[in-house]
Design a protein around this ligand. Structure first.
Ligand code: AHR
Length: 672
């Protein structure tokens, strides 16, 4: 091929192309990126029952709780220590939002250590660092009213008698007895050891000699390890870092299906995800478990700010799914004004200055500066819904009128949609592709003539969800029941190659495809709603596993270039080699991304119309096309420097190399 830096025909690359999609699915939020280490901290129900076996590729998780309606107070995740009796009560609600409390009855004849422990989200990672603990407690008519008792907080092994860290606080029995008021206690555990595994618990204990005969109530018991950028109520540090390290430029949140709710009432209500945790009720998420809403609108936006990421805020668009397999339920047209007003309130909360009511509310929660917000997505996958044609224009026009500078994204573009809606120039379509490898290879040119084919509407593309979902099958139809032998449970090298070719096609069309995000992004291996996912994790940070698809994206995202370069084919054609060339500002560096989707090496010659002085490269490959990263081999498919690149002579303009079979490569030329 011939790469020209001297000729015209360049395009600016799409600076936001590599993004991340987050919704709470597969416990990727609660029990995932949300830094809270304790399960069921406020007895809202967790859905997190014992059941799954991490370590079995292909196993999907079955919960013993009703997967549709897990709501309801449960003691899941809690155990008594010593001679105590645990129950749940509505007698002393912590707030209207958190109405259930844990009642701990300590018999008169109790001796020794008594208390409660929390098992964490299938364990607790214990490593050196500070753990911030807090809890609300109320003592109801204690035997020793007015006296001080010790409460010990500790991180412990669940397998041995090891106690990793402990701290003690003094608490006053019954001070608030007259008003039945709760008291919040906060404490830090400074831990210096690394536990050998994550089978650990968090314990709150008393000495029975001080408290026998008493009844205590607990609620909102919380434990945060150090978070991403040390934010209170923040993001789990390693997972936040993984998102940033991919090179993520945009974050689409909070859904996905999870914004829609399985009923209108259970939709993601932005205003129930803000403010003190004590007043966040939580909801039944769309993926069969409770969302505490501790990870709320401000936490997402703060993470974007900390990570240098553009938020793409998805707003509820008046449509909720129906998990019973019937049509979803929509707001009627004459009630869409309510939906619009709720969105406008949300946008004021995000972007309004402190002179506005919602901007002032945001300021009162600790963020006086408005958040930056340039993209709003209206709904999710609305090609499923026949009501989008009336819902979308009402919301589009209403938002545009108030926020003319925000780019609005429609979710209704789909090849299979049974209707068309149009959106004005400057808008975007969110398209989704869960397909087989061949679809992705054949989609290298998917966007090549898309503008022309869609009448040059000036609307661009956000590929908001994509992944190779299964191997090639005779009918080419995706089977969502994920049959063994067909489904891809963890992104394989083959998947990364297919998706990589598809992304090269996007890179070649920066005027069409502006943003993309793989989905779903994160899976807790103890609760897999959906596979494959970009990153797998457990409670144990050392088990966080980046997939072949993640590494492919990271490789591409870290070698962007400012402009695409025209590449002319002198001999041969695409398939099995696929490529794109870009140059950094000033043309000092040229990136040549090349994928070989075939099973033998293929000679490549790149002719430049300038000299280059050096080349180095990175390769992602494996002898087995089906190889994937997993707990037992986290880096099976991971990037490595290319070792066999030819030496470069002075004045050289042509580069020759044989591209290894089944490989994803980035060559970096220093131009001279
Ligand atoms: O990514 C999983 C689901 O796939 C999303 O929630 C939904 O938008 C799509 O159908």
């Amino acid at each position: 091929v011939s790469v020209s830096l001297n000729a015209g025909g360049r395009n600016q690359t799409a600076s936001l192309l590599y993004g991340w999609m987050h919704e709470d699915i597969s416990h990727s939020g609660d029990g995932g990126i949300y830094g809270e280490a304790l399960v069921n901290r406020a007895f809202q129900g967790s859905g997190a029952t014992i059941g799954s076996v991490p370590g079995v590729p292909g196993s999907s998780v079955v919960s013993s709780e009703n997967p549709i309606l897990p709501w309801g107070p449960v003691i899941t995740g809690w155990q008594g220590i010593g001679d105590v009796d645990l129950s749940l009560t509505l007698l002393h609600p912590l707030s209207d939002a958190l109405r259930v409390a844990l009642q701990v009855d300590i018999p008169f004849n109790a001796t020794g250590e008594v208390g409660i422990l929390n098992e964490g989200w299938w364990g607790i990672d214990v490593r050196p660092g500070t753990y911030n603990a807090s809890f609300y407690i109320l003592s109801d008519k204690p035997r020793n009213n007015g006296t001080l008792s010790h409460i010990d907080l500790s991180l412990r092994s669940n397998l041995t008698s090891d106690v990793w860290a402990t701290t003690s606080i003094l608490f006053s029995n019954g001070t608030n007895i007259s008003s039945f008021e709760w008291t919040q206690y906060e404490a830090q555990l400074d831990n210096t050891v690394k536990a050998p595994n994550s089978n650990n618990t968090f314990a709150i204990t008393f000495d029975a000699s001080e408290v026998a005969g008493n009844t205590y109530y607990f609620d909102l018991v919380s434990l945060f390890p150090e978070t991403f950028k040390d934010r209170p109520n923040g993001i789990r540090r390693d997972l936040g870092q993984a998102i940033v390290d991919l090179g993520t430029k945009v974050l689409r949140f909070p859904g996905g299906n999870n914004i829609e709710g399985y009923s209108i009432e259970q939709r993601w209500k932005w205003n129930e995800t803000i403010g003190p945790l004590r007043y966040r009720r939580g909801r039944v998420g769309d993926w069969g478990y409770t969302n505490t809403n501790g990870l709320g609108l401000m936490e997402y936006l703060q993470f974007c700010e900390d990570g240098g990421i553009e938020p793409v805020l998805a707003v509820y668009a008046g449509y909720s799914l129906d998990v019973w397999g019937q049509d979803g339920v929509s707001f009627p047209e004459d009630r869409m004004g309510d939906v619009l007003q709720d969105i406008l309130n949300e946008l004021e909360f995000v972007t309004g200055d402190i002179s506005t009511p919602y901007g002032a509310l945001r300021a009162s929660y600790g963020h006086p500066e408005p958040f930056s917000l340039n993209f709003v997505e209206i709904g999710n996958e609305d090609w499923f819904s026949s009501t989008y044609p009336y819902r979308f224009p009402i919301l589009y026009n209403g938002i545009k009128q108030a926020y003319p500078n925000i780019t609005l994204i429609s979710t209704a573009y789909n090849e299979n949609a049974n209707y068309n809606i149009s959106i004005p120039a400057g808008g975007m379509w969110d398209t989704h592709h869960y397909e087989e490898p061949t679809f992705f290879l054949e989609s290298f040119d998917y966007w090549d003539n898309w503008q022309e084919a869609t009448n040059n509407t000036g609307v661009t593309i956000f590929v908001g969800e994509y992944s190779v979902f299964q191997v090639d099958t005779p009918d080419g139809v995706v089977n969502y029941s994920m049959p063994l032998g067909e489904h891809i449970f963890f992104p394989t090298l083959m998947a990364a190659i297919g998706e990589g070719v598809y992304l090269l096609g996007a890179e070649r069309n920066p005027n069409v495809v502006k943003m993309s995000s793989y989905a779903p992004s994160l899976v807790n291996l103890n609760w897999q709603n959906w596979t494959p996912d970009l990153v797998a994790f457990t409670a144990d940070y050392d088990q966080t596993t980046l997939s072949a698809s993640y590494y492919m994206e990271q490789l591409f995202a870290s070698h962007r270039g400012a402009e695409t370069l025209p590449v002319t084919t002198i001999q041969g054609t695409f398939d099995p080699l696929w490529w794109v060339a870009t140059a950094e500002q000033g043309d000092g560096v040229v990136y040549f991304k090349v994928i070989n989707s075939g099973n033998s090496s293929v000679p490549l010659t790149v002719d430049f119309d300038r000299t280059f002085t050096a080349v180095n490269g990175t390769i992602l490959t494996h002898p087995d096309l089906g190889a994937f990263n997993y707990l037992d081999n986290q880096t099976a498919v991971s990037p490595a420097p290319i070792m066999n690149l030819p030496a470069i002579a002075a004045g050289q303009t042509a580069f020759n190399w044989a591209v290894p079979p089944w490989s994803i490569n980035v060559l970096e030329f220093q131009m001279g």
